[in-house]
Design a protein around this ligand. Structure first.
Ligand code: PLP
Length: 375
């Protein structure tokens, strides 16, 4: 199998598994208990918190463990909206966000909020000046992702952070694709809230975090026993948390992944005519390549690749199979045809040059086949 769908999820790293096993077997105790074994579990969890906090230049008290990126996004948006609803009911986001943010915004609209969905340009980038213009007196929150899951395009979150700080508005960023792949400094970038998830960086599924600046007010979304300093109840997923930190420590070499992605891109463009790269090619994650291939359907190419053991995607896992054109490519102003002919290859540190060559060879055959049928 050639696995090129790392933006959907990753294989658990060996280092992550090794960190998880002892807290599932020997030190399985509930970290809230009083005996020695509980203390050990607690220590593992707190060490993980330190590692992950340091990774974004946050304080350990600003890290809250959750069940993943979706929960973190929902908590940030619904939580801030609730705590600030008397101050204002306007939220700003942009059109290429993940559905965890977009659908949370839809929910806010049902709760009486107004949401502005800003446009991006044909490269997938939101102009921070457009954001500045969209700010109103009643704006309480801006949510703009750090990196897009379909195209890998990076938003200018440093610039956005200076705007929101100047205007005294809270800034949330969905950092699920960016965290562990590109450097993030929440202090320098003036980020108040950041979502991250373990399974996009070689950690286990079902665990993530929300970074919350000490000054940002956020009520709990989940009520219960008062874990995570009263803000996120439920017995902590200690193995998941341990695996998350271990995967982060053992994160891929971005330079190597980028070289491999650039190699794949170069060979595809050279071998197959009528291919267009979607999204800004400079301001992009190291591991993602999104292309549209003239005259073919992405879904059909994907099936044929899959029958050869090559795993790629047409975009986000949520739109795959729905038959709807990607909302991300649509927002970039592309025709339905260009959207429906798109493919996403997302790489990680384990992929090889040989795999890239094999993929392009298969892709070339498939595309030629389809074009012949259609000609
Ligand atoms: C995967 C992803 C999410 C959802 O994270 P889960 O941990 O799977 O809930 C949110 N945002 C982005 C950008 C993602 O890629």
């Amino acid at each position: 199998m050639i696995y090129l769908d790392n933006a959907a999820t990753t294989k658990l790293k060996k280092s992550a598994l090794e960190a998880m096993l002892p807290v599932m077997t020997e030190n399985f105790a509930n970290p809230s208990a009083v005996y020695l074994a509980a203390g050990k579990a607690r220590r593992v969890m707190e060490e993980a918190r330190d590692v992950l906090a340091e990774g974004i230049n946050a304080d350990r008290n600003e890290i809250f463990f959750t069940s993943g990126g979706t929960e973190s996004d929902n908590w940030a948006l619904l939580g801030v909206a609730e705590s600030l609803r008397d101050k204002g009911r306007h939220v700003i986001t942009q059109k290429t966000e993940h559905h965890a943010v977009l659908n949370a915004c839809k929910n806010l609209e049902r709760r009486g909020f107004e949401v502005t969905y800003l446009d991006v340009d044909e490269n997938g980038i939101l102009d921070p000046k457009d954001l500045e213009k969209a700010v109103r007196k009643d704006t309480v929150l801006v949510s703009v992702m750090a990196a897009n899951n379909e195209t890998g395009v990076l938003q200018r979150i440093g610039e956005i952070g200076s705007i929101t700080r100047k205007k005294r508005i809270l800034f949330h960023t969905d950092g699920v694709q960016a965290f562990g792949h590109i450097p993030i400094d929440v202090k320098k970038m003036n980020i108040d809230l950041l979502s991250a998830s373990a399974h996009k960086i070689g950690g286990p599924k079902g665990v993530g975090l929300l970074f919350k600046d000490t000054e940002a007010e956020l009520p709990p979304l989940i009520f219960g026993g008062g874990q995570e300093r009263g803000l996120r109840s439920g017995t902590e997923n200690v193995p998941g948390i341990a695996g998350f930190a271990a995967a982060f420590k053992d994160r891929d070499d971005a330079k190597r992944v980028k070289e491999l992605r650039d190699f794949l891109e170069t060979v595809i463009l050279k071998e197959i005519k009528g291919v267009f790269v979607n999204g800004n090619t400079d301001e992009r994650l190291p591991g993602i390549l999104n292309v549209s291939i003239n005259g073919v359907k992405g879904e059909s190419v994907l099936m044929r690749l899959s029958s050869l053991g090559i795993c790629a995607s047409t975009g986000s896992a949520c739109t795959a199979g729905s038959g709807k054109p990607s909302h991300v490519l649509k927002a970039m102003g592309f025709s339905n045809e260009r959207c429906n002919s798109s493919l996403r290859f997302s790489l990680n540190g384990e992929n090889t040059k040989e795999e890239m060559l094999e993929t392009v060879k298969a892709l070339k055959d498939i595309v030629e086949d389809f074009r012949k049928i259609l000609a």
